[in-house]
Design a protein around this ligand. Structure first.
Ligand code: SF4
Length: 57
């Protein structure tokens, strides 16, 4: 079960290529109602991740 609701209106200004996420949509769009990126005090991009990711069933 996803963490947030799905929207038919993809998040503008966000490109996501994680096509294994249930919120992912064609055209590298995110269809989650909102997203959360973690963690605080990250030192580089490899340390960051999308906490809203939910694996496709
Ligand atoms: S929830 Fe995160 S990982 Fe999933 S499509 Fe949106 S931005 Fe990508």
């Amino acid at each position: 079960m996803g963490k947030v609701s799905m929207t038919g209106d993809p998040i503008a200004r966000v490109k996501c290529v994680v096509d294994t996420c249930e919120y992912w949509g064609n055209g590298d769009m995110c269809k989650a109602s909102s997203i959360e990126i973690q963690p605080p005090n990250a030192k580089d991009s490899h340390e960051t991740d999308c906490a809203t990711f939910s694996s496709k069933k």
